[in-house]
Design a protein. Structure first.
Length: 133
């Protein structure tokens, strides 16, 4: 009864640990690219930073999940993870040009900026996930 699940556990563990490692690497890079420290802002109760970073996490996780479902190959998953991270970082850079005050708005706790950035990240993540073949 549980044989298929037990037999698939090593593959599950490999994909899950790789996905978590990709997420951690993306977060480390994202925090370096942004000119403000999201974690410090979140610890201080900044809702805009929490919403913004949460959107980036979801926007990155969506294509990773699809890459696992579509590829069934760790190397392809890693490749799509690099693509997804690049697309998310590019979306943030474009948002900074579209809203030049974004870098001040998030640290000041302006929730509208956080919601916009989160929505952009999630929207781009959905499109990115849909384009994985």
């Amino acid at each position: 009864m549980f044989d298929p699940v037990l037999n698939a556990l090593p593959a599950f563990a490999g994909f899950f640990l790789t996905a978590v490692a990709l997420l951690a690497a993306f977060l480390a890079l994202y925090v370096v690219v942004t000119p403000y420290n999201e974690m410090a802002l979140i610890r201080a109760g900044n809702d805009a930073a929490a919403v913004s970073l949460g959107g980036a996490i979801v926007g990155f996780a969506l294509p990773i999940a699809v890459s696992v479902a579509v590829s069934h190959n760790l190397y392809a998953m890693l490749g799509w993870g690099v693509v997804a991270g690049g697309v998310q970082l590019l979306a943030y850079i474009v948002a900074r040009f579209a809203l030049p005050t974004l870098n001040e708005a998030i640290p000041q706790g302006r929730l509208a900026a956080g919601i916009f950035l989160a929505s952009l990240s999630i929207g781009v993540g959905i499109l990115n996930a849909g384009c994985i073949v």
